[in-house]
Design a protein around this ligand. Structure first.
Ligand code: BTN
Length: 258
């Protein structure tokens, strides 16, 4: 779809849309809108200070789709992760609709194709003073839609890829629309996490050996399952089973990491 139809379709969904050529971070801009707007969608063609999880930066050159949804979820803080996991499912559905690729989810919130990351998700939430209610959430999606003009930088080119081979403006707007639409279809029942089975079916990790750091120690374990609360159930070599609720895992026992 073209930009005009895109904006029209989104206004049908009740979203105020702002599109920028360049922003420091769409998450930052969407957060700043939280005083004046209930919901909004902020899009940038590139970001100069794209934010990733765990305080990292997110490489955001032209060719990617970078957008943030300002939301008012009726969710208890302990279910806040459902926003991120629903978004990962929405991204996979959008990719499948627009390509013949087979996207998979790397717990918690990365989307991979053929073993390489094509999309990252960062949800930043603010809670009421008592911490019992969510005031707002900013859901940020960064997808490598098309190859960057000068290729991926040396440090990430072995782990990153783009979804499509050639730039195409129609696909750019299609992708954002499909992702937002799929996400909004799940939005009103996020608390129930009805998409959990689908999230599990799309998991890139179940059955694989992973490594992670726990209490400062390197650990290796095999992924058994993903709980309905989206905890990652892992089994150590000694037979002990544990559920991971946060953090970052890498595939492999230490040498080859993703
Ligand atoms: C990650 O992979 O660590 C998460 C990356 C999330 C990047 C998106 S791009 C749109 C939004 N704005 C940001 O600054 N970050 C998110």
């Amino acid at each position: 779809m073209d930009k005009k139809i895109f904006s029209k379709q989104l206004s049908v969904l009740g979203l105020d849309v702002q599109i920028f050529d360049t922003l420091d971070s769409t998450n930052k801009t969407a957060k700043a809108l939280s005083d004046e707007k209930t919901q909004a969608l902020v899009i940038a063609k590139e970001q100069t200070v794209g934010r990733g999880r765990l305080g990292r930066s997110f490489y955001s050159p032209k060719g990617g789709a970078y957008f943030s949804l300002l939301l008012r979820p009726k969710l208890s803080p302990q279910n806040a992760l459902n926003i991120t996991t629903a978004a990962a499912v929405a991204v996979c559905r959008a990719i499948e609709k627009l390509s013949n690729k087979n996207p998979q989810i790397k717990w918690v919130n990365d989307v991979f194709i053929d073993g390489k990351k094509v999309c990252g998700i960062l949800c930043e939430s603010a809670f009421s003073r008592e911490g019992t209610k969510m005031d707002y959430a900013v859901l940020g999606v960064g997808a490598n839609l098309f190859p960057p003009e000068h290729g991926f930088p040396e440090d990430i080119k072995h782990i990153a890829d783009s979804i499509f081979e050639k730039p195409c403006e129609e696909l750019y707007f299609d992708f954002i629309f499909e992702t937002v639409n799929e996400f909004l279809n799940m939005y009103n029942s996020l608390e129930k996490a009805d998409f959990w089975e689908e999230y599990k079916d799309r998991s890139f990790l179940i059955g694989k050996e992973i490594s992670f750091i726990k209490n400062g120690e390197n650990k290796t374990a095999t992924v058994l399952d993903i709980e309905k609360s989206f905890g990652l159930v892992v089994k150590y070599k000694d037979g002990n089973v544990e559920t991971l609720t946060t953090g970052e895992v890498t595939i492999g026992s230490g040498n080859v990491k993703t």
